[in-house]
Design a protein around this ligand. Sequence first.
Ligand SMILES: C=C(O[C@@H]1C=C(C(=O)O)C=C[C@H]1O)C(=O)O
Ligand SMILES: NC(=O)CC[C@H](N)C(=O)O
Length: 807
Amino acid sequence: MAPLLGNWDGDATPSSHSSNKDATSLKSILYVDAYDSFSYNVVAMLEETLGVQVTVMTIDSDWPDGNMNEFLTHYEAIVLGPGPGDPNLPKDVGIMRDIWNLRDAELLPVFGICLGFQSLCLHHGVPIERLPYPLHGQVRHISTTSKDIFEGLSDVEVTLYHSLYADLDAVSRSRGGVLDDLEFLAWLPLEQASGAVTQIPMAVSHRQKPFWGVQFHPESCKSEKDACRTLLLNWWRKALTFNKLVGRGETIITPHEDTKSFPEVAYEMLKWSSSTSSTSAYRSLDRSNLTAESISELFNKPGAPTVLFQSNGRYNIISVPSPGSWRFEFNVETQKLTMYQLSAGRKTVEDSLTVTQVWDALRYLMEMKKVNSGSTEIPFWGGFLGYFSYELGLACLPHPKGSSSPTYHNNVSFNSPPGGAENHPADVSLLWCERSIVIDNTTGNIIVQSTCESDNLPCGWLDETLQLLQESSGTVQNMEAVDTQFLDSILRDGKITFPEEATYKRQIQACQAELEAGESYELCLTSETSITLPTPTTADGKATFPWKLYKKLRKYNPAAFSAFADLGHAKIVSSSPECFLNWDRSSMLEMKPMKGTVRKTPDMTMEKAREILGTTKEMAENLMIADLIRHDLYGICGSGGVRVEKLLEVEDHGRVYQMITHVKGEVRAEQLGYAVRHMPQLKSSNMAVHGLTALQRCLPPGSMTGAPKERSCLHLRHIEARKRSIYSGVMGYLDLGGGGSFSVLIRTAFTRYPDEDVASKSHQTWRIGAGGAVTTLSTAEGEWQEMLTKLRTVCNVFTPSEPASKG
Ligand SMILES: C=C(O[C@@H]1C=C(C(=O)O)C=C[C@H]1O)C(=O)O
Ligand SMILES: NC(=O)CC[C@H](N)C(=O)O
């Protein structure tokens, strides 16, 4: 059955959870979201701890029907969330300020977190100033008065994410220390540069009104869980007591559901996939000495659309062309989607659509073409292979009203990529694969499969291919010497343009200025290196160059997500170690962000790497992303649906050691997360549909942006002043059986081959991005070196293997 397709534009209309079984019996809390990347962690904490139902509303929302008081009668309490920026600026707190002006008869209980706490303090006469140094991702002990909401709690370990603070000293200076309304309940000892220790307020309650706030983040996975539960329960008890006294009752508001039309192109895609059946027939054989590369070479003509993707170090998935093969590209800036049929006269169809419609079309197609059976040994039975760019990810982020356009190209002038703006590859490029071959590196099995029914006839494509592979094992040729000679002949005339050290270091400072201003907690700054090479003179040389380069990279820097793509103009060679998002065919989603990198040198050991990555700076960097990823997954999976499997663990990744965190989520169709509750199509039981939505809602990868994501991306866009394009995007597969797997496109080189008729065709320009997370504890030199470490893992394959012979 066709899914009910809805449109998700991230509008600011509040939505509550209609599918929750007990919705009518639950008490309601309104959560005001300041576009933070930890919001859904807070919402989950509220629902999990208090057994309430939470409605989310962003700070730039209008009160429904322009009537705040009427609207608030539907809620027991309000939680004002954390966020980027400064409570002194109205745009950064938006409707939070309205709450402080409620008349006495209309009051309701409030709990402010971080920015929400600061807004409370500011409104009641405490100036909000900058800390001597920001405290992002830092885990500290605070002392409490053990009173009020801290009853039973004297010393609590909590995570901090702030640069600003409530300056009580300023109050005493100006008013002789008298604060009529507020009582402070907890304190953080903070050492000043002079060595003196000052006490920074960490929690507050209002003496007359039901307002409380905390400067720390109780929802962080490093905050003491039991203590924060007690704190919240204490607050909730007080909130309900207040409501009882004033006779406040709760009702549930009707959820808002938005059903809009979806694009024609979805039907076209369905037509183009008519030969794809609901079964993936297969044959298996032992891999013997066959490699993913040798198999790909047997079936894919050089230069023809090809994807080879290694998932999680275990499965190599190789696309194989078929008469029904087609692919499509989408460009965010022009909103143009182009479909290409690979045979049958190479038909092309163009359409104009929004980014949301692209996701809707994908969900529709994946639902309609669901494959119900195939080899249970492998995670891909057929479907799409390809990539999504960083800019596509930017266009998927919800943005505050009045902010610049999603891709921010209106306000920023970019340095064009070498060769001009037209040299950017497409933002989405996906290849529809009915036929594919998967190698399971653990069992050594090879699965040859097709969703096209005629391929399964006796002596059909499956039988023929099995035979061809059996005959090929044992006869695999080693062409390495020939390939090296060919590559060297091109690479010898290459020109590498590295980022400028002084510019990069200035950009690090610009990032730190934003961190100090409270605009971001962490920024992943990146730069680009470009390599201009002569285009091979023969057609065959031109077609095979990217593939040969890929084989060199795979050998030089073997990685869990090694990948190759030749999709129209776009050529990608990747040695990514980082898993972005995997999902299985039933209900599980997982993300494994990396943050913290140590170069492997001869005297570097795992022990030493653990020591380096165990410092406050490195742990804070990873923790911020861990909390951001939890938020991303809670947005899909809802309360009770997310757990941290590994936190801050160090792994060996070939040429580097990396620190990773592993978070898992479970999709429960009856209890969806806050980010997707008003998407009607998610009533589907098809995991492919949920996986696609997770992808849409979690891009761009948090490890490549920093937190909070939206504001951090905005600043990075200005500071970096370039399009990242394929770098920082994601690559992988969408399985028709329901699963999916995507890597983060780092440690990757890519290019857009010029059109045949372009004058610059005598040259090809490859681009490599590299960067790292900047925090206030970063040093310019340390970050520069870290960027170079990552760059080298790919850039070194662009230098010739053999020195030029003299003569
Ligand atoms: C930015 C890059 O890598 C990202 C940043 C990391 C870090 O700051 O340690 C680690 C892995 C990636 O998430 C890159 O490889 O270019
Ligand atoms: N986490 C937050 O809410 C941060 C609040 C504010 N932007 C600060 O940095 O202090």
